[in-house]
Design a protein around this ligand. Structure first.
Ligand code: LMR
Length: 394
């Protein structure tokens, strides 16, 4: 029966990993998949993570099942960093541990399909390239709202508001909590307030994907959109990830939080969520969540982790500035200042697919076709080659 299946087009981001690995050129640069890298090009295991893993190795009493919602201490700790400490007392919020942020998105999509299958979900244009197949694959109807202007290299805020204003009430708006993927362009706090007002008056359901918390301005600061939304709306969905801020990529640690109108609805929602999980993958993997839970519940480890998180955040900012300066020198007739205005891991360079292709084939510089770069792939040692390669294809 399987001969009826045709090959799928390869995933644009994941394909770059293999292409870069098999490139033998010494000066190759990987700006593809969104993983943090240090100055030596490595994706390190954080100190706090190593210590927590050692602690688990020495003291974990059992690896017996925990249940479909995962580790309860992890869920509480994540809820607190996302929604603020007060959320613990709010019986409208329910949180489950998921296999990464992607697992969270997929469980949320399943839940939406059960609750309201004819609702539309609006994603920013552009958005993370896997949002569309991942959420659409669960059966959701997807639409898009304008977000980024490739000419002006800025947010199309007025058009975004117009579209939000025209959405049928009850529709779902997918918003990036911080470090917008792929553009790196985030709403200002004033703009967030305007969006919240509109979401409230138009009776829309916000769905915040916060996969990069701590990579923009700080752990607390980056949660601002979630917090102000939570104060004002009766229902919302939040998908969060520990892949980047804890560097636990392959351990698949994420969470899904859902805010319901009241605690009775929240109970039913939790039961539906656990049922979706049980019938999809039964339970999330424990190791990474146990690590995160130990770090967040141990004052010393938590402080150390916050220092490491700040280190990653500062390096991203530094590398943006470094690339900006190098481009001003190598391509003085072009304006790349948007790269320095962006946040977190990503930015569009703002070049064509053909130019991206030339960068790969002629200069061993790898980035996503849209010209999205992961700024963590930049180092003091490669920025010169990167900037002159970009200048050469302009
Ligand atoms: C990215 O956008 O590169 C990351 O979120 C990794 C992924 O799975 O695509």
């Amino acid at each position: 029966m399987f001969e009826t299946l045709k090959a799928m087009p390869p995933d644009a981001i994941l394909t770059l990993i293999g292409e870069h690995q098999s490139d033998a050129r010494e000066n190759k640069i990987d700006l593809g998949v969104g993983v943090y890298r240090d100055e030596s090009g490595q994706t390190p295991i954080l100190r706090a993570v190593k210590k927590a893993e050692q602690h688990l190795l020495d003291s974990q009493p059992s690896k017996s099942y925990l249940g479909s919602g995962g580790n309860p201490e992890f869920n509480e700790a994540i809820q607190a960093i996302t929604f603020g400490g007060g959320a613990r007392a709010d019986k409208r919020v329910t949180t489950v541990q998921t296999p990464g942020g992607s697992g969270s998105l997929r469980v949320a999509a399943g839940l939406i399909m059960r609750a309201k299958p004819d609702v539309a979900l609006w994603a920013s244009d552009p958005t993370w390239s896997n949002h569309i197949p991942l959420l659409g694959g669960a059966g959701l109807e997807l639409k898009s709202y304008p977000y980024y202007d490739t000419e002006r290299k800025d947010i199309r805020f007025d058009e975004m508001l117009e579209t939000l204003n025209d959405m049928p009430s009850g529709d779902i708006v997918l918003l990036h909590g911080c470090c917008h993927n792929p553009t790196g362009m985030d709403l200002s706090r004033d703009q967030w307030q305007t969006v919240v007002d509109l979401v409230v008056t138009r009776d829309l359901v916000p769905f915040i994907d916060i996969a990069y918390q701590g990579f923009s301005d700080g752990l607390e600061e980056d949660a601002y959109p979630v917090r102000i939304m939570f104060d004002r709306v009766p229902e919302m969905i939040v998908s969060s990830s520990c892949s980047k801020n804890f560097g636990l990529y392959r351990d698949r640690v994420g969470s899904l939080s859902i805010v319901a109108k009241d605690s009775a609805t929240s109970g039913n929602l939790r039961s539906q969520t656990l049922n979706i999980v049980r019938t999809m993958y039964s339970m999330p993997p424990d190791h990474g969540a146990a690590v995160v839970s130990h770090i967040l519940n141990n004052a010393d480890l938590r402080d150390d982790w916050l220092v490491e998180l700040a280190g990653m955040r500062d390096r991203l900012k530094e590398m943006r500035a470094l690339l900006g300066a190098a481009l001003r020198e190598k391509a003085p007739d072009h304006d790349f200042s948007h790269i320095e205005r962006a946040n977190g891991m990503f930015s569009f360079v703002g070049i064509s697919t053909e130019q991206v292709e030339r960068l790969k084939s002629e200069f061993a510089v790898y980035m996503v076709n849209s010209s999205r770069i992961n700024v963590a792939g930049i180092t003091q040692g490669n920025v010169e080659h990167l900037a002159s390669s970009i200048a050469a294809v302009l």
